[in-house]
Design a binder for this molecule. Structure first.
Ligand SMILES: [Zn+2]
Ligand SMILES: [Zn+2]
Length: 271
C-alpha cells in the first residue's frame, strides 16, 4: 500500500523531520524500506491522567513521544515493533471518546482520537500495516500482551484486599501482571516476566501465587533439572518506582497552543 513511498524524497524528508524533532533523545529512524505512513497528536491514557502524545506510524514500527514544542521538539521516544502490536477497539467511556487499546508484550495502553473518523483512520492504517508486514516477513503477530494499568484515580481502595484506603501516606502500586491498583502489603512480591523486563517486577499476591503455580508446573514437565529455579524473589521493600518515565512533565505548551485547544483532528496519513 505504501511501499511505493519507500524511496521517495517526500518520505525521506518526513522521516528526517521526525528524527530532528527527537534529536539526540531518539533513535535513528531512517532505515532502508521504511515508510512513514502517518502521524498525529493523540491522547494517551496515562497513570495519573490522559496526556497528549505524538504518534508516528511507520510500515514496521509505531513510535510515540512527549511534545515539548509542537512540530519542533519531542522527547521520551518509545518504539514498538508492529509485530508486537495488537489493536483492540473500545467503545466510548465517560469522557474518553474514540478510544482503542494498543496491546504490546511490554505494556498496553489506551489512546483516544478527537473524532470517530480520525480513530477509524488510525485503526485502518495500523491494522493494514501490521497485516502487510506479517505478509512480507512471514512472521507471526505476538499474542502475549501485558495488562493495561488501571489508572490511579479509578479506585481509592486496594483492588486486592479491598481494605486498604489510599491517601497521601499510603501509596498506590500497580501489579505488572494484572494491572490492578494495589496496596504495599498486597504487592510485596516480585516475579521475573522476561517479556516485560529483565528484572523481576512488582506483582500482586493473587498473580504471584498463580505465577509460582504455573512456574512449578512448567518446571515439573521440564526434564532438564538444571533449569533456573527461583525467579520469584521477595521485594526488597524498596520503592520499585511505579513512576513511569514517559508519563510526566512538559505539557505547558498545550495551554498556549491554539491548534491544540481547537477540537479538530490532529492526524494525517500519507498515501
Ligand atoms: Zn491490599
Ligand atoms: Zn495482579
Amino acid at each position: 500500500m505504501v511501499d511505493h513511498l519507500a524511496n521517495t524524497d517526500a518520505n525521506t524528508q518526513r522521516i528526517t523531520m521526525v528524527e530532528n524533532c527527537f534529536g539526540t533523545t531518539g533513535q535513528p529512524l531512517a532505515v532502508q524500506g521504511r515508510v512513514l505512513v502517518g502521524e498525529g497528536l493523540l491522547t494517551k491514557v496515562c497513570r495519573k491522567k490522559p496526556k497528549p502524545r505524538m504518534f508516528f506510524l511507520f510500515n514496521d514500527i509505531l513510535v510515540y513521544g512527549s511534545v515539548i514544542i509542537p512540530k519542533k521538539k519531542f522527547v521520551s521516544q518509545h518504539i514498538i515493533p508492529l509485530e508486537d502490536i495488537n489493536i483492540e477497539d473500545l467503545v466510548d467511556d465517560d469522557g474518553l471518546k474514540n478510544r482503542w487499546m494498543v496491546k504490546t508484550s511490554q505494556k498496553s495502553f489506551i489512546v483516544c482520537a478527537v473524532t470517530p473518523f480520525e480513530k477509524e483512520d488510525w485503526l485502518k492504517h495500523i491494522n493494514r500495516c501490521v497485516e502487510q508486514l506479517m505478509e512480507k516477513t512471514g512472521r507471526k503477530q505476538s499474542t502475549e500482551h501485558a495488562a493495561p494499568w488501571i489508572p490511579d484515580k479509578m479506585t481509592e481502595i486496594c483492588m486486592r484486599c479491598t481494605q486498604t484506603k489510599f491517601n497521601a501516606m499510603v501509596r498506590k502500586h500497580h501489579c505488572r501482571k494484572c494491572g490492578f491498583v494495589v496496596c504495599q502489603s498486597c504487592s510485596k512480591q516480585k516475579f521475573l516476566m522476561p517479556k516485560q523486563s529483565s528484572k523481576p517486577l512488582r506483582v500482586c499476591t493473587l498473580c504471584y501465587d498463580k505465577l509460582v503455580e504455573h512456574q512449578k508446573k512448567e518446571l515439573a514437565t521440564e526434564v532438564d533439572a538444571l533449569s533456573t529455579v527461583g525467579n520469584a524473589t521477595m521485594s526488597s521493600g524498596e520503592d520499585d518506582s511505579d513512576k513511569s518515565s514517559d508519563e510526566d512533565k512538559h505539557e505547558q505548551w498545550m495551554n498556549q497552543d491554539p491548534f491544540f485547544l481547537e477540537d479538530h483532528p490532529r492526524s494525517s496519513f500519507h498515501t
